[in-house]
Design a protein around this ligand. Structure first.
Ligand SMILES: [Zn+2]
Length: 458
């Protein structure tokens, strides 16, 4: 039996003009029996991601028609000639929001309802310094006309992917009496600022993005704090509250609080950036625990695809939320805001050991920075006859000294981490209804240590 297909793609290197994109990248089908090309519309464009034209003689009914004709049937099969356009596999290039548009929002905080509530209206207001820090950390902004707070979604590479604008009421819940309580910067520009006017090129392109919210809120902090565990919640507001209550990520044991934007946008695509981290998930309360179940099953799936990443889904709200809370879909923020944040951060953050570089630089900077100055290199290289040899030695010295510096930084960072952990343990021991106060996220790795403390203190 002949298992060869009669019609196949030409495997020579000859390319034709693609009927779809007009580029000379088109591979035509050959009739192996007759050793000739099929009509020119049958073939595949090899710009798979950008064009994707593909017309197959089998799927289109062409082969059947030919066969029937050859059997002498009076065929009435009409050859459908649909264009089989492979779905582009790679996403289109994403257009970002220009940084200037973000900068335009970084002002008018006195008109920002959300921020003003945190400073003056909530039961346990925060200090101005803390609010300044949170604004700077997450680049929170204001749309002054309606008092909305702007939550920018900035990706790992500092690109602005979307800016959510939300109007809150006096209790920092979405103000549903306002018509546009939840909007987006791009929509506002389109329907208000550029209404009946030509849109700027970037906005035109941006509106064609397949997904607008294509990264996590707070994602830009991951590069700055490479060691911290991550807490993932649904809404940006909850991420802000989480940071304010549990502490800022400058301390390596503190969470980086990130938000997915909503329940359904917790996806593998967005979670790729979390590879290698410990990630604690706090889904909102929901009727019958649907949110908890949904995130748990997604977490298992995502975890299996992201090696070295641990997802721990917190059942805190599942356990303690009342039926009313669940019906309202309350989240962590709703519980936190009723309590005094001082309870969560009773002691000042531990003083840090000075890192032994003059500029306390980021790791990368230290790695790249040569240890000798240009002048020093000049002096060292003055004997030109030995220049090559000297170069090698100098490079080697430079390399070694840079590595020493790296290790010194690591030692300091670890020492700081140990200090912070010890403080937390001591504090827990002092309370020493230890189990009561042990936060869920301490997990098994600290269990032994806690048992030990309990033993010695009880
Ligand atoms: Zn093409």
């Amino acid at each position: 039996m002949n298992t060869e297909y009669r019609y196949k793609l030409d495997n020579s290197s000859k390319k034709f003009i693609c009927p779809e994109c007009n580029k000379k990248r088109f591979v035509r089908f050959i009739d192996a029996e007759k050793d000739e090309y099929l009509p020119e519309e049958f073939g595949r464009c090899d710009r798979e991601n950008k064009c994707g034209y593909h017309l197959d003689p089998y799927k289109s009914g062409y082969s059947k028609m030919i066969w029937e004709q050859e059997q002498g049937f009076e065929t009435k099969v009409e050859v459908k000639k649909p264009i089989f356009r492979a779905k582009p596999q790679q996403q289109k290039e994403i257009t970002f929001i220009p940084i200037n548009e973000l900068k335009n929002t970084l002002r008018d905080y006195e008109k920002n309802i959300f921020i003003q509530n945190l400073l003056h209206k909530i039961a346990f207001p925060f200090k101005a310094k803390e609010i300044e820090r949170i604004i700077e950390l997450y680049r929170l902004g204001t749309y002054a006309k309606n008092g909305a707070v702007c939550f920018p979604f900035i990706d790992l590479n500092q690109n602005v992917r979307a800016v959510q604008e939300k109007i809150f009421d006096a209790t920092n819940h979405t103000d549903k009496t306002k018509k546009y309580h939840t909007s987006w910067l791009h929509s506002r520009l389109k329907y208000s600022q550029y209404k009946n006017k030509p849109l700027p090129n970037w906005l035109q392109a941006y509106l064609n993005n397949d997904t607008k919210v294509s990264c996590l809120f707070g994602e830009h902090l991951l590069t700055k704090y490479p060691q911290n565990p991550v807490a993932l919640v649904e809404a940006p507001k909850t991420a802000i509250y989480g940071t304010l209550y549990f502490g800022f990520p400058e301390q390596a044991t503190n969470f980086i609080w990130l938000s997915t934007f909503n329940l359904s946008s917790f996806s593998f695509e967005k979670c790729k950036v979390l590879k290698g981290r410990d990630v604690y998930l706090f889904p909102d309360a929901s009727e019958n625990g649907t949110a908890f179940k949904d995130w748990s099953s997604r977490a298992t799936e995502i975890e299996s695809k992201l090696s070295g990443t641990n997802f721990i889904v917190s059942d805190l709200l599942e356990k303690y939320a009342t039926d009313v809370d669940k019906k309202q879909g309350n989240d962590l923020a709703d519980y936190l805001i009723k309590q005094d944040w001082r309870k969560y951060r009773p002691q000042p953050e531990p003083e840090e050991i000075e890192i032994p570089t003059s500029e306390k630089s980021e790791n990368n900077e230290a790695k790249n920075k040569p240890f000798f100055s240009e002048n020093e290199v000049e002096v060292l290289g003055s004997n030109k006859n030995k220049k090559n040899n000297d170069d090698k030695i100098r490079n080697r010295i430079r390399e070694c000294r840079n590595r020493i510096r790296q290790y010194e930084i690591q030692v300091c960072e670890l020492t700081n981490e140990i200090k912070a952990l010890e403080k937390k343990f001591k504090q827990n021991a002092e309370c020493c209804k230890v189990e009561w106060f042990r936060p869920k996220w301490y997990g098994k790795q600290y269990q032994n240590k806690l048992n030990e403390i309990q033993y010695w203190t009880s």
